[in-house]
Design a protein around this ligand. Sequence first.
Ligand code: IDC
Length: 902
Amino acid sequence: MKHTITWATLIWFALLIGASATAQTNMPVAANGQLKVLNRQLCNQSGRPIQLRGMSSHGLQYFPQCFNASSIQALATSWGIDVFRSAMYVDEGGYMTDKPKYRAFIDNLVDWTGQNGVYNIIDWHILNPGNPNDHLADAKEFFQIEAQKHAGKKHVIYEIANEPHDVDWNTIKGYAEQIIPIIRQYDKEAIILVGTPGYSGLPGDVRSNPLTGANAYNVMYTFHFYAGSHYTESYIDDVLKTVPLFISEWGTSNYSGNGGNDYTNSQNWLNLLAGQNSSGIKVSWCNWNFSDNSETSAALNPGSCSSGSWNNTSTSGTWVKNHILNPADDFGTVSPPTPSVALTSSATSTVVVGSNVVLTAAVSNTTATAVEFYNGATKLGQVTAAPYSFTVSNLQAGTYSFTAKALLPGGNPLVSPAVPLTAAPAPNKAPTVVLTTPANGSNFTAPAAITLTASAADPDGSVTKVMFYSGGQKLGESLATPYAFAWSGVAAGTYTLTAQATDNGGATTTSGAVTITVNDPNAPQGDIIGPNCVAKNDQKTFSASAANLVNATNVSWWCTGSTQSITTPQPGQASINFGPSFTGGQVCVGINYSVSPWYKQVCKDVTVCNGTTPTPPTPPTPPANQPPAVALTTPANNATYTAPTTINLTATASDADGSVAKVEFFTGSTKLGEATAAPYQYSWNNVAAGAYALTAKATDNLGTATTSAMVTVNVLAPAPPAPTTPPAATAELIGPDFVTVNSVKSYSLSAANLTNATNFSWWCTGSTRSISANGGQATIDFGPWFTGGDVCVGINYSAAPWYKQICKHVQLSGSNSRVSAEEVVSIVYPNPATSQFQFVAGQDVQALRAVDLLGREHFTYGPLPKNQPLTFGENFPAGQYLLRIQYGTDRQQTIKLLKTGR
Ligand code: IDC
């Protein structure tokens, strides 16, 4: 057909092919690019509906002399074909007789058509037998090889089954569903033609059951007609309303390829295909056949091929060639694509010295005779055929700027944008180091000799030294294995040890820290013997001092921080697993005695060993004035009185390096009186009901003062109480809120608190005679000295929160109570409280005052009308408090408070 050529296109072709003698038009592929199917219509790359017209070969095996570079060029230039169909018979002496030979034939045809700018249908020409599945494996192999080889070539079209017959559409469809994905694996865009039943005569069967799925795009179905036999234009007009068709084969003759040509019917068919159909669709076609066979459908007269007489047309050939050339193609105009060359590198922007880098140049929209590779202005080498890949070996340190220069046959070379690259030495890798001795948590006795040992290695060199540190202070270093340092004369303290390795490249690594304790053998024994600091998950043993265990009847241990478990391997000893969540706390023991003091509670602070630098020893100082000694000898601790009363306070005091100037007596921070000479005494008269923390403070001749141990006394209210149900008890710990002396009561944890519980320790902050615990329940004999206190239980859990402590305040009732039931008019809740207390008064309050057990004032308030809630205690540190409520001049009430958090 005649090609319409714009001036822009002509100029571009002139540039592209230079002064070549064999001028080619290259029109169809250059004008249309990658084809696609839009709405049943074959379209070009720009989406323009187009019709391709061209010739099918006869069987490649029958007429090899008719299909060569010369005939393809003549078809492209003289005949004006847009498309050439390479009919590769599978049987009948074709492909199956010599697969490599026919693949090579196909590949040559792909090259020749490509060079001449026409489309090429690779036709898997099954004819006999008619079931495409008979050669399924061969078809898979063929299309896998060919699609891989020709991937991305815009002029290649695949026809996967010429003329199935004696099979239904479903059978063909099953075949197509296996072949199409193989092609799509390499070629995402190519048009794929699928044969239909009845010698590609029944494309209408596709209508109700088309190919679907991810690969069912750019697919067309084939219809073949022979004008001397087939007059089914109206059927095809109807099918075109639903199915995209490609007439990959039609003849002017009857269906045998021979016999009488029907040009009238041929013209009717071509009119329909030119767009004269109900859908207005342009249908592309190939005429059967381009050969010099002696049958009516052959386009050349016999003998034409051997003489290369490509225009020596038969009657049919003359008619068909005329209908290819006229009317002219209508492909529109396209701007010629810009030739370019791009360079990519196998490496990222930086590589290690000594690396190899593969540079690959992609030449687009033109054909290069060679590609040269450069670093800056220096040519590195060249490649004369695609793929244009060049390896730069053993890169030395430095920066590079690579370019590719494509040499073109008739024009200036094209240079790619530069690809920068830096080759740098591999970074030095840091050494590894582990402090192997001493073990974390080790204990030593001062003065200690401690050997520090480390293992160290370097992945890309050698270790030059290992230095040993205590905190930030260097102890010594070792230059060779075994890396060790003998640290001697180590004073008491806690030390955090590390080893730091240095490698030949100067990189350093510090080991994990090891914490050790050096104990002072002369240090006085505390109430609880055990480590001052522990690591998370440590298991450590704590013991009550021997002195504390005399007359002990019951010992309960707990810890105020989160712990995982507490077991008691023997009385007076606890083995504590601090678990993963321990952040510090107190290890406490509550001891009941068969004699006074009946109950005692001692605690020891335990921190997490965290590598803090040990406190340096205090420098020696000149002998200082020694403070005086003082003890409050009467009253006895926990003595009780009934208000109003007189309390006689007596103290003993002495001074080792001087004399005692005075002894002052205090309740909390309030001074009661003083004595300047022995016997140091003071009579405190008219003492009102309440709990009092009494101390004596001795001051020596140089003004240095010492405060005695605290003595607690309780002055009880005189009125006999008649207890009624107190304000609602906390539901966490169930048991009486009021008890009498010598009573035995049971307390149990609420069910909610028992979930996951593993261990329970019960204690009471007031004096009790005994506590016998049974899991979440405890029976307490409050004994003769109980004046009120908290029943507490520490619970360990196998899961978060790991540890929980619950206390319940228990007041003394009966004849010893200070406040009658009628006067228990105010309530405090919650109590114990973790953050704050709520107070509600049942009568108007004049003043409120909260003090700790040393009498220090933490809160005052008043007046406060009855029933008006008041919140307080948010800033109280954890501990016990007494809330004094003054209702009138002579009516007061004291409520014990327990704050468990801050
Ligand atoms: C015919 C050839 C003929 C050959 C025969 C068998 O024209 O020379 O002997 O195949 O190989 C088709 C087929 C096509 C046929 C053609 C004419 O696709 O291979 O070619 N035809 O019969 N379908 C309908 C007709």
